[in-house]
Design a protein around this ligand. Structure first.
Ligand code: TYD
Length: 137
């Protein structure tokens, strides 16, 4: 049985350096986040429709709204928790085994995702009933 829960996920403050030239934020794999970064992808020009609606078996992620804002609802099969990302220095650490729904993208949002693994279709669970069965082992 999977033991990860929504309470294992948290918003972290991403390091930022600021001076009269503006802000610079840094994320180093294994230093600022608890995994090495194998893949980066980002969502942008998202229309009204929601995205997400899947779970990952092993993937760990850090999600950052580098521009705009978005709501991310995580679900461990028992509890749900919604996180609002709206600053480029706020990152949501998402542990494996959780269902996620992404919605309320504001206009112009860019959602950056740092991922612990390469793209692997077998790591996805896209059916909610299968997700619940997976959680129960
Ligand atoms: P999809 O997983 O459906 O997006 P969402 O996270 O919103 O559910 O991905 C959309 C398309 O992009 C799909 O055809 C697979 C492809 N894709 C890759 O090829 N590599 C990747 O790393 C990701 C995240 C998606």
């Amino acid at each position: 049985m999977l033991r990860t829960t929504v309470n294992d996920c948290k918003i972290i403050d991403i390091r930022k350096y600021t001076d009269n030239r503006g802000y610079l934020s840094v994320i180093e794999g294994g230093i600022d986040i608890p995994f090495e970064i194998k893949r980066i992808y980002y969502l942008y020009m998202v229309p009204e429709a929601a995205r997400g609606a899947h779970a990952h078996k092993h993937l760990q992620q850090l999600l950052v709204a580098t521009s705009g804002s978005v709501d991310i609802t995580l679900d461990d099969g028992t509890n749900k928790k919604t996180f609002h990302l709206d600053r480029p220095w706020k990152g949501l650490l998402v542990v494996p085994g959780l269902w996620r729904d992404l919605d309320n993208f504001s206009g112009g949002t860019v959602l950056l995702c740092l991922a612990s693994e390469h793209y692997e279709t077998n790591d996805y669970i896209r059916d909610y009933d299968k997700f619940i069965k997976y959680r129960k082992g």
